[in-house]
Design a protein around this ligand. Structure first.
Ligand code: FAD
Length: 114
């Protein structure tokens, strides 16, 4: 690796749906010198080592087992731990993660009997 090639972008004109999409600013290309590149985003689950010691089961795709319609919503195989979002369903959307977080909170309240 010698560097990372980047370009500047700006929002273009709105299309028929009113959405403005990014477009490349002509002549803005440049190379930022680099010895190494770390790709810091990803789409795969990586279970945390303490899952095993806490009896938190994962499926073959390494996603945490926490069913929405289990005994308590989004309860994991450790009855005191609840989970939702990408670590449960895989890559998805922010709105889904928010929804599941709220449902998990409901599951916790039901579990606590409040
Ligand atoms: C490149 C990219 C683009 C995306 N674009 C969109 C988009 O345009 N619209 C959309 O709706 N969704 C988009 N998504 C998906 C969206 O980001 C996720 O679905 C959403 O963020 C999932 O929320 P989450 O709370 O489940 O997980 P995350 O947002 O991943 O939150 C998990 C958090 O846990 C933290 N964490 C991890 N391990 C530990 C640990 N051991 N101790 C403490 N904290 C820890 C992480 O740092 C992170 O902050 C995109 C995802 C990616 C990767």
């Amino acid at each position: 690796v010698e560097g990372v090639k980047v370009v500047r972008t700006r929002l273009g004109e709105a299309d028929e749906n009113g959405r403005r999409r990014p477009e490349i600013v002509p002549g803005s290309e440049e190379v930022i010198p680099a010895d190494a590149v770390v790709v810091a985003f990803g789409f795969q689950a990586s279970p945390i080592p303490w899952f095993e010691g806490s009896s938190i089961e994962v499926c073959e795709r390494n996603l945490v087992k926490a069913p929405e319609h289990g005994r308590f919503a989004f309860q994991t195989t450790n009855e005191k731990i609840f989970a939702g979002g990408d670590m449960v369903r895989g890559s998805d959307l922010v709105v889904t993660a928010i929804y599941e977080g709220r449902q998990a909170a409901e599951g916790m309240l039901d579990y606590l009997g409040v």
